[in-house]
Design a protein around this ligand. Structure first.
Ligand SMILES: [Zn+2]
Length: 87
């Protein structure tokens, strides 16, 4: 059977995506109602080394908590508790 390289690659990717376990939102797991902007230790875990907020697909957060996290990080930045950018 002849399979084109692209088709084979596409199938491999689909398999990888199917095998990947969906990570549960850690705020939901901890039953966090509201994310505190003063909780810099937690917020820092969701920032890249350049101080950017991780996308939802990486952080594994649910929509509700990702939104809260983004607001909390922005508040913390305004309060100078987190950096806007790291160079
Ligand atoms: Zn959540």
């Amino acid at each position: 059977m002849v399979v084109s390289k692209t088709a084979a690659r596409r199938r491999k990717k689909a398999k990888l995506l199917a095998d990947r376990k969906k990570k549960a939102c850690r705020f939901c797991a901890d039953k966090v109602e509201t994310i505190d902007y003063k909780d810099v230790v937690v917020l820092r875990k969701f920032l890249t080394d350049r101080a950017k907020i991780f996308p939802r697909r990486t952080s594994g957060n649910c929509a509700k908590h990702q939104r809260q996290l983004a607001t909390a990080v922005k508040r913390a930045r305004y309060m100078a508790m987190l950096p806007y950018v790291v160079e």
